[in-house]
Ligand binder design. Structure first.
Ligand code: AMP
Length: 198
């Protein structure tokens, strides 16, 4: 990944747990199928353990899909993890649903495609693409409901470090907005650590 950060997606951790066949995975799947938040007893420790791994500690991390509730944000703080930036991707519902329904995963490379906006490069890849069990119009609408119930409370924890990004634009233009902010952040940090070391 650009910037060298470790990408930690709460949903990916949960899907790996389901794939492992564990009891936690079985329980998590029931909530995920309803578009509801998986209970903190399962999610919080999972994310904490991943953040504590040496690669995250050394390179820094990008947390994706976490925290999704005030209690998760509080837990993160209590464990001593403080994000430098909180990025909110704002996308119109219609666009969001279209992106989710057309989303596909290449299980071999882990790359995410979109049937219309980012189609697979070859027939061979196209033939092996898979779809998440919750990437249907019905399920994404349930996830959006859950999101609306929690977003204000989470935002209130990060007011001073929030960056709102227009997610309706093309992928390249969305990335440019985030890239600008991250580049500034890393430059500031270089300056600061330079002065600290001196
Ligand atoms: P995502 O991969 O981010 O779209 O998440 C897929 C599903 O995993 C969500 O609809 C939730 O059921 C569950 N999930 C992901 N992140 C969290 C979280 N931080 N807390 C609780 N459940 C989560």
């Amino acid at each position: 990944m650009q910037y060298g950060l470790v990408h930690i997606a709460a949903g990916d951790l949960l899907r790996a747990e389901i794939a492992s066949g564990s009891e936690n995975g079985k329980q998590a799947k029931e909530y995920m199928e309803k578009g509801q938040l998986v209970p903190n007893e399962i999610v919080v420790m999972m994310v904490k353990d991943r953040l504590l791994q040496p690669d995250s500690q050394e390179n820094g991390w990008l947390l994706d899909g976490y925290p999704r509730s005030l209690s998760q944000a509080t837990a993160l703080k209590e464990f001593g993890f403080r994000p430098d930036l909180f990025i909110v991707l704002e996308v119109n519902e219609e666009i969001l649903v279209e992106r989710v329904v057309g989303r596909r995963l290449d299980p071999v490379t882990g790359k995410i495609y979109h049937l219309k906006y980012s189609p697979p490069e070859t027939e061979e890849i196209a033939a092996r693409l898979t779809q998440r069990f919750d990437d249907t119009e019905e399920k994404v609408k349930l996830r959006l409901q859950t999101h609306r119930q929690n977003v204000e409370a989470v935002l209130s924890m990060y007011e001073d470090i929030t960056l709102k990004v227009n997610g309706n634009l093309r992928k390249e233009d969305v990335f440019a907005q985030i890239d600008d902010a991250l580049t500034k952040l890393f430059e500031d940090r270089k300056l600061n650590s330079g002065s600290l070391a001196a």
